[in-house]
Design a protein around this ligand. Structure first.
Ligand SMILES: Cc1cc2nc3c(=O)[nH]c(=O)nc-3n(C[C@H](O)[C@H](O)[C@H](O)COP(=O)(O)OP(=O)(O)OC[C@H]3O[C@@H](n4cnc5c(N)ncnc54)[C@H](O)[C@@H]3O)c2cc1C
Length: 384
């Protein structure tokens, strides 16, 4: 315990000295640092923050030092998280590297893959995208048809992926392919990694209702993938894919509790009528209180689940967090639109309407709410 106390003191004083003040303010989507080969930094402080944190291994604190992490125990990582949150520090890097494919490579990847990919991921030098969904397989992910023929030292991949977030900005893709069509659909899948600049890879952006275009269709036309870029065993990719999804769902589950520049209550107090510190609109008052109670309960549930994960690893509870956190986030944006009324309906430079539309995708990405409910009923509640 004493060791952890002095550990906390050291972390606190390092952060006080090294976290730039501009990195201690709430951020909008545009401020997220995504790194990559051609990184776009919003400010010099953002670049400094990423450099300082990654030099300490604190962008991936529980990863071993030789793979770019800090080798922290779960307790030490928790202290770091708490201290970062205490000063409202922004995440130095976000994306599908550290939070999704990184943990899967750590768990299932060869030593060569770990050395090649993890340190660069921890430094934010490579931006990743996810090639799971296909035009005819989303919820039925195991029905995927992108085919990879095995030529011993390499695979040749042909097929199409869809809804590839940031596919056109990413440097590498982690991709599910069918390596065996003669076995049950879950058994003949492999998870492969390839550079998006490999000949035969092309992307086409899909325009969204929110006006931006973060999605792509990704076409794979005779793409050569080194056999060493298969994560885990060939044909055994379904296990790796599911493990990775638990991390994705856990990450998405945090959406409902992500801090924002202004709380929903502050929005309401600024925009609606107030009498004796109470909102005069009874309906809005009730909706806001209901949401705040559910928000608090979700935060507490996340803390409990995090403690369980620390001892047992990520499991099916990620479906629960994903379901509730994303539904909660959608409710939050509905509330904000109600609070701002017709003001929220104009479009240009209006984060309220854009974030409201973006939140609609939360209960679809990473597996729909219906699919999470299926998982909860079968694997958590044991209902048949
Ligand atoms: C914002 C966003 C980002 C995304 N990013 C990526 C990405 O980077 N990479 C990637 O590979 N994919 C990505 N996706 C795709 C996402 O994973 C799929 O959209 C999702 O899995 C659903 O698949 P689908 O769109 O084919 O819908 P379908 O599977 O066709 O589902 C249609 C409807 O039927 C329901 N349904 C289907 N099966 C069942 C069932 N068994 N029981 C009950 N209801 C069912 C669904 O809940 C849904 O309401 C993203 C999606 C969004 C919205």
């Amino acid at each position: 315990m004493n060791n952890l106390n002095s550990f906390r003191k050291d972390i606190r004083s390092w952060l006080a000295e090294n976290c730039p003040h501009a990195m201690r303010t709430p951020m909008l989507e545009k401020d997220i640092c995504r790194g990559g080969r051609n990184p776009v930094f919003q400010s010099e402080e953002q670049q400094i923050w990423l450099k300082r944190m990654s030099e300490k291994g604190w962008t991936a604190p529980t990863w071993p030092v030789e793979y770019g992490g800090a080798g922290f125990s779960k307790d030490q990582a928790k202290i770091l998280r708490e201290e970062l949150s205490l000063i409202n520090a922004r995440p130095p890097i976000s994306g599908m590297g550290i939070s999704m494919i990184g943990p899967a490579i750590l768990e299932f990847g060869s030593e060569k893959l770990k050395q090649q990919h993890l340190p660069a991921m921890a430094k934010g030098e490579v931006r990743w995208c996810q090639g799971y969904s296909e035009p005819n397989s989303g919820s039925d992910l195991a029905g995927l048809q992108t085919k990879a023929e095995n030529f011993g030292d390499h695979l040749i991949v042909n097929g199409q992926k869809v809804w590839t977030s940031y596919g056109d900005d990413a440097d590498w893709m982690f991709c599910l392919v069918r390596t065996n069509s003669d076995v049950g659909k879950h058994s003949g899948i492999s998870l492969v990694l390839f550079d998006m600049e490999t000949p035969g890879v092309s992307t086409k952006p899909i325009k969204l209702i929110s006006g931006t275009s973060v999605f792509c269709e990704t076409y794979l036309d005779n793409v050569r993938v080194d056999i060493e870029q298969v994560v885990g065993d060939i044909d055994a990719g379904w296990t790796v894919a599911k493990y990775l999804l638990t991390h994705e769902r856990e990450m998405l589950g945090k959406l409902g509790t992500a801090p924002t520049e202004k709380s929903v209550k502050e929005h309401a107090l600024d925009c609606l009528g107030v009498c004796n510190d109470r909102l005069t609109d009874e309906v809005m008052r009730k909706e806001l209180i209901d949401w705040e109670i559910d928000y608090l309960c979700h935060q507490l549930t996340m803390e409990r689940v995090n403690a369980e994960i620390a001892s047992n690893g990520v499991g099916n509870t990620s479906a629960m967090l994903k379901y509730y956190g994303t539904e909660l986030n959608k409710r939050k944006h509905e509330l904000l639109v109600s609070i701002h009324g017709s003001d929220s309906m104009h479009w240009e430079n209006n984060p309220i309407s854009r974030q409201w539309l973006r939140s609609k995708g939360n209960s679809i990405e990473g597996g729909t709410s219906e699919i999470q409910l299926n998982i909860i009923s079968k694997r958590i509640l044991g209902l048949g």
